[in-house]
Design a protein around this ligand. Structure first.
Ligand SMILES: [Zn+2]
Length: 93
């Protein structure tokens, strides 16, 4: 499965932190995920389209029920950041 990151992990992590700060990404554990191949939507982490040859992770933002379509690698880094913040009791959103 083509799951490689489109940007270096350190770059993705700083983008995730920015997106959480400006409210585009929630700090939540996601339990319901639809996986599949991309349909060209823009990934909210790296701002690049999730193309047909990449795996997409489609999650529902619990704040507003919007769909967020991530690259697999971007999703993993976002959820890792959420886990770190939730564990640390950091509610900064
Ligand atoms: Zn991405």
């Amino acid at each position: 499965m083509p799951t490689e990151a489109v940007l270096p992990e350190s770059e993705l992590r700083s983008r995730v932190q920015e997106r959480i700060k400006d409210g585009r990404l929630p700090v939540e554990f996601i339990t319901l995920i639809n996986g599949g191949f991309g349909g060209g939507q823009t990934c909210p982490v790296c701002d690049k389209p999730v193309t047909r040859d990449k795996v997409e992770y489609d999650v529902v933002d619990p704040r507003n029920a919007d769909h967020l379509i991530f690259h697999f690698a971007c999703y993993v880094i976002w959820q890792r950041e959420c886990a770190r913040r939730i564990r640390a009791g950091d509610s900064e959103r």
